[in-house]
Design a protein around this ligand. Structure first.
Ligand code: BGC
Length: 747
């Protein structure tokens, strides 16, 4: 026994000594106990010039090389931002044809923003990060936080709305959640990419104040508070330079002012010049004209701006290696944070937890826009006949829309969700109502649906009206879709109205049946000329895999809606600053350069800031959303009458659930600077809290305001200034429904 024990101890000692020796022999860059910066320097010192150059550009559509000789792995990127894109061929956009790359589609980021719930944003980030990790992706190309400037922008559905404060608060947890998996978030598209039309040659002209106050805050929050490890440049230009190699935005603001220590990734095909790419802040080039091998001298990838042309410039002495080392250091830092972090978790794919998360996010993001006579929720306790009308009740929405298109394990359509939830308690009939876009394919992923229907619009409407006539409820499910000129990358919408013949169908249904509910599926505002003739309206976004289940939960009252609009629904395009002041789509230069100058003439006055200034009456204001219960706001109070620049003021307001079901209210805090040396918006969102209340329950909602929330960006001083004077705090249920005010002085 003792002999055995001694032998065992000797063996353990020998093994651990050997392990220690192995560890001691580890080169510094592989030793995870060492400081990352030391490891970076060590790896860099071992690399050849060509190895360094290779690291700065892609080797395939979505990957870049590591340093094989040193055992530093490749990077694999993936879209983003709503699910993990299916595998494509090495050098083509076509499908690789894998059978293990289906994912969970999470709701679009507009829906996430509509939850006004930062905790749910963390859940989103963590879950999608797990899917990315399981699929062996190291950089997730998302989230997107470009500001909603016009309802025509085809990519608004991928972003977080019109307000810099809301999008800042929502992006941070998403980034943290993704990166908790050892997967980098790549926040995009930095910056000023607010439309799709002519996105490669539009030069945005904007004043510094608007840039800093409206278009940069969400990126800044993602970098500074979220600690984002990578960021993606935008396609367009600013100060006559493409944003993927823009000295002002990338070097001066991102890297100097904000101290970003991560990697700037180009948008795919967003690089145009080697010299600028070397000096103006870009670290990694992706997606430049990769049409197979036909264009390159050796391979297309060798001809990237940051490949052979870069090497040649260094060899000829036209460029030094200082910038190259700087880029490679950042890329190595990213390796140590992701691919070379042996402690990162393994992730998971299509787990029940992810489908549950997708459903929960969808349920919390759906916005109840109208509910006359408490038409919703639909009570199934007595048997009902429900007519479901509209293409979006059956159309798969996870395929299409551009780079965010997905191949999903499953997608529950609204009709399927309704049928399943209603069970035997209702008779459900369906009619198409209109034919929008029957196609369903993106990059070779097919929805598999045959939505072809050659009937005339008269026939379709008459069928729908017949189905609706004797129903207890009619639920019209329409809106936009993911086809060109709808909610889709690379094109903008042609107008703000609902497309196809939907308005006619809805008008006909309203005449046939009073109990009409409209479910609008879109990532953008639409006009609703029939609003007075409908009982209830839901804004339901693109909800991903669990779409139908989430919609059914809200329609039948399993979930009490608590979403609020992350952008204004204007009554017309005339009510949008970017359109009213006439610069949307800009003016082409007549110097043969093909560049279009677009002035953001509306300045700070985007969304509700414009509505407040111009006193317009939007169809639905920013921050708006109803519930199946009602909330009573008490009187707001402040703990001080005045504060100094270093003090915090505490604002408290009691909110009560005055209805009969439990629900959640998003209490919003806006600040109004009553007197200021520079013009300021009437009010600006500077706080919000989502409170969950049982019937009759009251909670005190508390906000803390510091000079950060009171400041504006003074472009002459190039600094944030909180000007002494009187401020008013407005607490409301939306930007247009202020319940209580309290004022104080800033000294
Ligand atoms: C899009 C990016 C996307 C990239 C890769 C580009 O066209 O603008 O958002 O991540 O393609 O698919």
């Amino acid at each position: 026994m003792t002999v055995q024990k001694t032998f065992l101890s000797i063996l353990i000692l020998a093994l651990s000594t050997q392990m220690q020796a192995q560890k001691d022999n580890l080169p510094i860059y592989l030793d995870e106990t060492k400081d990352i910066e030391l490891r970076i320097e060590n790896a860099l010192s071992r690399m050849t010039l060509s190895e360094k150059i290779a690291m700065t550009h892609a080797q395939s559509k979505f990957s870049s090389p590591g340093v094989p000789r040193l055992g530093i792995p490749e990077f694999w990127t993936t879209d983003g931002p709503h699910g993990i894109r299916p595998e494509v061929l090495w050098d083509e956009w076509d499908q690789a044809g894998w059978t293990n790359d289906s994912c969970v589609a999470f709701p679009a980021l507009t829906c996430l923003a509509a939850t006004w719930n930062p905790e749910i944003s963390y859940l989103y980030g963590k879950s999608i990060g797990e899917e990315a990790r399981y699929r062996k992706k190291d950089i997730l190309l998302g989230p997107g936080v470009n500001i909603y400037r016009t309802p025509l922008n085809g990519r608004n559905f991928e972003y977080m709305g019109e307000d810099p404060y809301l999008s800042s608060k929502m992006v941070v947890p998403y980034v943290k959640g993704v990166q908790s998996n050892g997967v980098a978030a790549c926040v995009k598209h930095f910056a000023l990419n607010n439309q799709e039309v002519k996105r490669h040659n539009t030069n945005v002209i904007i004043d510094d104040r608007t840039l800093y106050e409206i278009y940069l805050p969400a990126f800044k929050a993602a970098v500074i508070e979220g600690g984002a490890w990578s960021i993606m440049g935008a396609y367009n230009l600013y100060k006559n330079q493409h944003l993927c190699h823009n000295e002002y935005i990338l070097n001066n603001i991102l890297k100097s002012e904000w101290g970003f220590d991560g990697v700037v990734v180009s948008d795919w095909g967003g690089v145009h010049d080697t010299k600028e790419a070397i000096t103006n802040g870009l670290d990694m080039e992706f997606g430049s004209w990769t049409n197979g091998l036909s264009k390159g001298t050796k391979s297309a990838y060798d001809n990237y701006y940051l490949a052979y042309p870069y090497l040649q410039m260094i060899k000829k002495g036209e460029a030094g290696t200082k910038e190259l080392d700087e880029k490679v250091k950042r890329i190595l830092r990213l390796s140590f944070r992701t691919t070379m972090n042996s402690k990162r978790p393994y992730g998971s794919l299509c787990s029940q937890a992810h489908f549950n998360a997708a459903k929960q996010i969808g349920e919390e993001g759906i916005v109840l826009l109208q509910n006359k006579d408490n038409t919703l929720p639909i009570d199934l306790s007595t048997n009902k006949k429900i007519a479901v009308i509209g293409e979006n009740a059956i159309k798969m929405m996870t395929v299409g829309g551009g780079s965010s298109s997905l191949k999903v394990k499953y997608e529950i359509s609204p009709l399927d969700g309704i049928v399943k939830r209603a069970g035997n308690n209702a008779e459900i009939v369906f009619a198409r109502g209109y034919v929008g876009d029957p196609t369903g394919e993106y990059n070779g992923v097919k929805s598999g649906q045959n939505l072809k229907d050659d009937r005339s619009s008269e026939e379709l409407i008459s069928e729908a009206v017949n189905a609706a006539k004797d129903a207890d409820y009619v639920i019209f499910i329409g809106g936009l879709n993911k086809s060109n000129n709808q909610d889709c990358e690379d094109s903008d919408r042609k107008g703000i109205e609902l497309p196809y013949t939907q308005n006619e169908v809805i008008n006909a249904l309203a005449k046939a049946n009073k109990n009409l509910v409209v479910v609008n599926i879109s990532g953008n505002a639409v006009t609703m000329p029939w609003i007075k003739d409908t009982k209830a309206i839901l804004q339901a976004w693109y909800l991903g895999s669990e779409a139908g289940n989430a919609i059914a939960s809200v329609l039948f009252g399993d979930v009490n809606p608590s979403g609020k609009l992350p952008f204004t629904f204007p009554a017309s395009l005339e009510e949008v600053g970017a359109h009213k002041l006439g610069e949307y789509l800009g003016i082409e230069r007549n110097d043969g350069s093909n560049i279009i100058d677009e002035k953001y003439n509306e300045g700070l006055f985007v969304g509700y800031r414009w509505a407040d200034k111009e006193k317009t009456s939007p169809l639905f204001p920013f921050g708006y959303g109803l519930s199946y219960t009602t909330f009573k706001y008490g009187k707001a109070s402040a703990d001080k009458k005045s504060i100094t620049q270093d003090e915090t003021i505490k604002i408290t307001i009691p909110v009560t659930n005055s209805g009969s079901v439990k629900g959640a209210e998003v209490v919003q805090l806006y600040i109004s600077d009553l007197k200021s040396s520079l013009p300021r918006p009437v009010k600006e969102l500077k706080g919000f809290k989502k409170v969950y209340l049982n019937p009759d329950e009251t909670k005190e909602v508390v906000f803390e305001i510091t000079k950060n929330e009171l400041s504006f960006f003074d472009d002459k001083k190039h600094d944030w200034i909180a000007e002494p004077g009187k401020f008013e705090i407005l607490i409301g249920a939306s930007s247009a429904d202020i319940k209580s005010k309290v004022s104080f002085d800033l000294k």
